[in-house]
Design a protein around this ligand. Structure first.
Ligand SMILES: Cc1cc2nc3c(=O)[nH]c(=O)nc-3n(C[C@H](O)[C@H](O)[C@H](O)COP(=O)(O)O)c2cc1C
Length: 362
C-alpha cells in the first residue's frame, strides 16, 4: 500500500478538478492505497504568497508532499497553463521535494485547444523536482465532469475510460517501483479472450468476490457522493445462494474480472444485482457474459422473468441492459435524476418441455 497525496490547485469551489481528483482517489483507495487530500486554496494566502516556510500550516503542507510515496497533482487550466495557486505552492517546495515519487498530473479545462497544458506547462516543472516517474497525465474537459450538490461526481464515459487507464498505469508503476524505485514502465491495458475466462459459482463471502464488492462500493460512492456500504449489507449473503439465488464470478488467470448475482424477487422473478466488471477489463463484453450466465441460472432455478434496477448516474449500465434485451420500466425521456431508480425487466425463455412419449403397452 502506498501513501498517495492528492493535491488540488483549484482556487474555486465547487471545483471540477476536485471532482476528477475524487474520482481518481476512489479508484486508488479501491486498489488498496491510502489517499490524503491537500486543497491548496485552504492554505493561508499571506504566508503562501510570501513563501513563508516558517508558517506552521505551510510547513505541514510541504512535509505532507515530502512524506508521500506518490502524488496526484490536479489543476484547472488557466491561461493555457495550470493555476497560479498551484505554481505558488510548487515554488515553495525544496528543489528535490519529489525525489523518488511517482506522479500523476491531471487537469480540467474549458478548451480542447489547451489539452497539452499537462505536457507543456506542468510536466517540465514537476520533472525538475527529481521524481522517479511522471505518469501519462490526463486532460478532462470541464463539460465531461458533472458535479451534484450532494458531492457526487459523474464523468462522461469518454473521459472516464482513458482516465481509468491512466490511473491503472499510475498504480502499476507505484507497485512496480515499490520502495526500491526501480525504473519500470507501466504495461498497457490487458486484453481477455473468451477462452481464458473461467466461470464459477461462489458464495458471496468467498475471498474471490471481495474485489467485486469493494470496487462497487467505490464506484457507487464516487457517483452518488455517499458511502454505499449500507446498500450492500441490505441483503443477507444467503439471498445470493441456492435454492433461490446465485453468485457468479468470471476469472482470468485467477484474477476476478467480472461478476454478478441473482436473488429471489418473487415466485416468478429473479432480481439481478451486483453486476460488475473490473475497471481495466471494461468494454470487452464481460458484463454481457455475466448477464448470460445469470439468465441461465435464473431459468434453471425456475424463474420466468428477470428484474433489476440501476441508478440515474450509471448510463453505461442502462446501455448494457437495453442492449441485452431488457425493457426499461421508466420514462427514458425524463431527467434521470428525477426518475431516480431505473427499473428494467426481461422475460426468460422457458426451456421447451421435453417430449414424453407414452409407453406403449406391449
Ligand atoms: C481565470 C480562468 C482562466 C481560464 N483559462 C482557461 C484556459 O486558458 N484554457 C482552458 O481550457 N480553460 C480555461 N478556463 C476554464 C477552466 O480551466 C475550467 O472551467 C476548469 O474545469 C475549472 O476547474 P475548477 O472547477 O476545478 O476550478 C479558465 C477558467 C478561469 C476561471
Amino acid at each position: 500500500m502506498a501513501r498517495i497525496l492528492s493535491i488540488s490547485g483549484s482556487p474555486q469551489t465547487p471545483s471540477r478538478t476536485d471532482g476528477v481528483l475524487a474520482y481518481v482517489g476512489r479508484r486508488l483507495t479501491g486498489r488498496g492505497h491510502e489517499v490524503e487530500v491537500l486543497s491548496l486554496r485552504d492554505l493561508p494566502p499571506g504566508p503562501l504568497l510570501s513563501a513563508d516556510l516558517s508558517d506552521p500550516t505551510i510547513a505541514a503542507a510541504v512535509a505532507r508532499v515530502v512524506d508521500a510515496d506518490a502524488v496526484v497533482i490536479g489543476s484547472p487550466v488557466y491561461k493555457a497553463a495550470y493555476s497560479g495557486l498551484l505554481k505558488t505552492f510548487l515554488d515553495l517546495l525544496p528543489q528535490f521535494a519529489l525525489s523518488g515519487k511517482v506522479l500523476l498530473p491531471v487537469v480540467t479545462g474549458g478548451s480542447p485547444a489547451h489539452v497539452l497544458a499537462v505536457d507543456y506547462a506542468l510536466r517540465p516543472v514537476l520533472a525538475s523536482m527529481n521524481p522517479a516517474h511522471v505518469g501519462a497525465g490526463w486532460f478532462v474537459a470541464a463539460s465531461q465532469v458533472r458535479l451534484y450538490p450532494d458531492g457526487g461526481v459523474l464523468l462522461d464515459p469518454l473521459a472516464a475510460r482513458p482516465l481509468d487507464d491512466v490511473v491503472d498505469a499510475f498504480t502499476t508503476t507505484i507497485e512496480l517501483l515499490g520502495d526500491a524505485h526501480r525504473g519500470a514502465t507501466a504495461p498497457g491495458r490487458p486484453r481477455t479472450g473468451p477462452a481464458e475466462i473461467v466461470v464459477s459459482d461462489v458464495h458471496l463471502t468467498d475471498p474471490a468476490a471481495a474485489p467485486l464488492l469493494a470496487d462497487l462500493v467505490v464506484e457507487y460512492g464516487t457517483r452518488y457522493g455517499r458511502d454505499a456500504t449500507a446498500e450492500f449489507d441490505r441483503f443477507p449473503a444467503a439471498d445470493f445462494a441456492a435454492p433461490d439465488g446465485s453468485f457468479v464470478l468470471l476469472r482470468r488467470n485467477g484474477e476476478t474480472v467480472a461478476g454478478g448475482a441473482i436473488r429471489r424477487y418473487d415466485g416468478q422473478t429473479a432480481e439481478v444485482k451486483r453486476v460488475w466488471t473490473a475497471p481495466r477489463f471494461r468494454r470487452q463484453g464481460l458484463a454481457r457474459r455475466v448477464l448470460v450466465e445469470l439468465e441461465r441460472r435464473a431459468a434453471d432455478l425456475g424463474y420466468r422473468r428477470l428484474y433489476l434496477t440501476t441508478g440515474p448516474r450509471q448510463p453505461e449500465a442502462a446501455g448494457l441492459y437495453l442492449a441485452a434485451g431488457y425493457t426499461p420500466l421508466y420514462d427514458r425521456t425524463a431527467d434521470p435524476e428525477t426518475v431516480g431508480k431505473h427499473p428494467f425487466a426481461k422475460a426468460l425463455e422457458v426451456p421447451a418441455a421435453p417430449v414424453v412419449l407414452a409407453e406403449r403397452a406391449s
